[in-house]
Write a protein that binds this ligand. Structure first.
Ligand code: NDP
Length: 392
């Protein structure tokens, strides 16, 4: 019986709230807090169980501390934006509460993300006997746990990992992003980066691509990108020789993105406009559909998985583990599209494993540092079943 405080009432926040509400034996009291109270109320009104809602500016540590002292949660699930990670971690330290998130910290004025800022909190969390679990969505999150599971059950040594993320859904808009547009566009327009033979190698944005035949979807073009789980998996999977991340994009999406970039609409530095200072990417976000609004008409599936090669008992092995999620089914269950669903369900389960003592530690951790078994045993039952195939 535990109290949870969920921060962020967007697409993912809605799924986390629905899923926590489905598990009253663990999450006995739920509070949802976000910058816009009406968004919390809209989610609350979809759920039969009573949910407490609060307004909070999660950039403001004293405001967060006051909220946490009033709610007295056992764990905080941060599904606001990556910009708020450090302020929420500070507030957790000040109030003595455990922390979980799904995306690593990014400074608002610099399109750069890495774990260093959050890993630097390790000693402070450890000294207070608190736990912070980073990146417990799907990718990062489930993909990291798939790698830990493969190493634990099927490999003596893992040599190469390709994480592949395909969204073959149609939402009916010429251009929209499946999660927060600002974060999504910053990520996709960044230079590609992967790790091979002990060093990081960079590529021009989206210039390396391959076709892959995704289960239940078919062949799709996928593009090499940098993604945050590469950084933690390089650190935590011993003997790794290469790791890359791939994401599929349709031609329509790529054409819109190129035009927006060419005209300066993806810039993150402020520009003067009619006497005001505006950040073009923030203005673009205001024009694009909210990710949480895409669900109602979304059709099709996502497939996200890990292709892993290595050895078992001296023989080479090639192995693929993945999940397929249907946008319309996710919407029927929790009023959200599959990208929010595949992120929110693991966040709920990660918090549950922390609260029930299955995953415990003092300090700051990535999900692959814990035993993958309790997660792998339960995640299918919460809506994200996995399939594994031995290809060699
Ligand atoms: P949304 O933009 O839909 O939701 C973000 C929410 O955070 C909004 O409700 C927003 O409020 C709120 N928020 C923003 N700033 C503040 C603040 N200062 N104080 C309080 N609340 C704030 O994004 P998503 O739900 O799609 O994504 C949520 C998180 O999940 C992001 O960090 C994203 O990177 C991560 N993610 C992780 C994935 C994974 O697999 N690991 C995949 C997809 C997303 P308002 O509505 O008022 O703006």
């Amino acid at each position: 019986m535990s109290k949870v405080l969920i921060i962020g009432a967007g697409g993912v926040g809605g799924v986390v709230t629905h899923k926590c509400a489905q598990v009253p034996e663990v999450f006995s009291e739920i509070t949802l807090a976000s910058r816009t109270l009406s968004k919390c109320e809209r989610i609350r009104d979809q759920i039969a169980r009573p949910i407490r809602v609060e307004r909070v500016d999660a950039d403001n540590v004293p405001e967060l501390v006051a909220l946490i002292r009033a709610v007295k949660p056992d764990v905080i699930i941060n599904v606001a934006l990556p910009y708020q990670d450090l302020s929420i971690m500070e507030a957790c330290l000040e109030t003595g509460v455990d922390y979980l998130d799904t995306a690593n910290y990014e400074p608002p004025d610099e399109a750069r993300f890495c774990y260093k800022w959050q890993w630097d909190y390790h000693d402070r969390f450890r000294e207070k006997g608190l736990m912070a679990l980073l990146g417990c969505g799907f990718d990062p999150g489930v993909t990291n746990i798939y790698c830990a599971h493969a190493l634990q059950k099927h490999f003596d040594a893992v040599h190469a990992i390709d994480i592949m993320d395909c969204n073959a859904g149609e939402h009916g808009h010429p251009f929209a992003t499946n999660f927060n547009p600002e974060i999504n566009i910053r990520e996709v327009t960044a230079r590609g980066k992967y790790w091979e033979n002990g060093q990081w190698l960079e590529t021009e944005p989206l210039c390396v691509h391959e076709t892959f035949d995704f289960p239940e979807i078919g062949p799709r073009e996928m593009y090499l990108m940098y993604h945050e789980e590469l950084e933690s998996l390089v650190k935590h999977i011993p003997g790794l020789r290469r790791i890359r991340f791939w994401m599929t994009f349709g031609q329509e999406y790529l054409t819109h993105l190129r035009v927006l970039q060419n005209v300066g609409m993806t810039r993150i530095d402020p520009v003067s406009f009619q006497g005001c200072r505006i950040v073009p990417l923030q203005f673009l976000k205001a024009l694009l559909p909210e990710p949480s609004s895409l669900g109602a008409n979304y059709r099709g599936k996502t497939c996200i998985g890990c292709m892993i090669t290595g050895t078992k008992e001296g023989k080479p092995r090639k192995y693929f583990i993945y999940n397929v999620c249907d946008h319309a089914e996710a919407y029927r269950e929790v009023k959200a599209q599959a990208i929010s669903y595949t992120t929110g369900v693991p966040a709920m389960l990660g918090a549950q494993l922390m609260l029930t003592g299955k995953w415990r530690g003092r300090g700051v951790f990535n999900v692959e540092q814990f035993d993958p078994s309790p997660f792998m045993e339960r995640i299918g039952g919460y809506g994200l079943p996995w399939t594994e195939k031995f290809l060699e």
